[in-house]
Design a protein around this ligand. Sequence first.
Ligand code: SF4
Ligand code: ZN
Length: 323
Amino acid sequence: MRMGTRHKYDALFQYGQKGNSLVHVSDVENGLKCNCTCPKCNEMLIAHNAGRKKTKHFQHQSLKECNGVYETVLHLLAKEVIQEQGYLLVPDVEFTLPESADNYATSSAISPIEKRTFRKVKFDQIEVERSTESIRPDIVATVNGKQLLIEIAVTHFVDDEKRRRIMAERSPAIEIDLSREDRIIDKSQIRTILSAPGEKVQWIHNPKIDDKRKSQLQVGRAIQEFVGANGRAIKIYGKNRHVYNCPINEKLIDKFEKISIYDACYHCRYFVNEYELFGEMGDTPPRFRPRMLNCIGHVTDEYKKLLKSSGVKLSEGRFWIGG
Ligand code: SF4
Ligand SMILES: [Zn+2]
């Protein structure tokens, strides 16, 4: 674009820098008397806010195009909004573990189930561009005497090195993703975005949430060990996959002698897994290759106790069998 031609967004360049804050073009004097500078390059600005027809806007004194000014304005406006509102809605995560034993029939780590909620975090103090031990985030907020780092991403996201330093400091840090927002957004739109729960606010690092996840992983391992140590093999018969010696058989409603794994075991929280028996089948191989199931139905009370003490809520309904 040639010097002096108008940027397609010039008509919407509506925030200039005056002192330490951004001012809207409607709130300043017309022309150079506005006494504003460009938030990006510091050049003097001309305010065009008189006359009815023209959309009010700022223009650089040299009429130059200023690359990145919209991103800078968005970034600064977001910072101002956070300072003014004094709070943010941040994600919180609760972890739970599954209750059915089949989830623990694996050698890999159990993934806790994540439930995301949002909570309003009010700031006792907000400092802009203050350095911490090793980084300089956009905002350092203080919450109950502890610091919370806030980064606003418009064009630059926190990179691996910065993430590493944040983690080394063990400082909770969040990133607000405004990269997909319209560059000519106004302050009230940013207020709306920042006061609603959503995906735009993400934790870069949160030691408390990480600790909760770690502790659930440990509990998951303990349950895994219990299931691994207590699994008992039971033979499965025939096409209908019947089991004759279910350890909780006497608790079944109709007191069937046999149960079908389709009707019972697959709905039982004590079912661990099922497998085919390989090996020599003799001269007359059976019509159905023998299968086995592995279950912890003989240690139901211990298992339920372990789940309860691990904070796992026992459901009803699906697990009709065995209580
Ligand atoms: S998995 Fe449940 S229903 Fe099946 S045999 Fe074991 S205890 Fe009985
Ligand atoms: Zn500029």
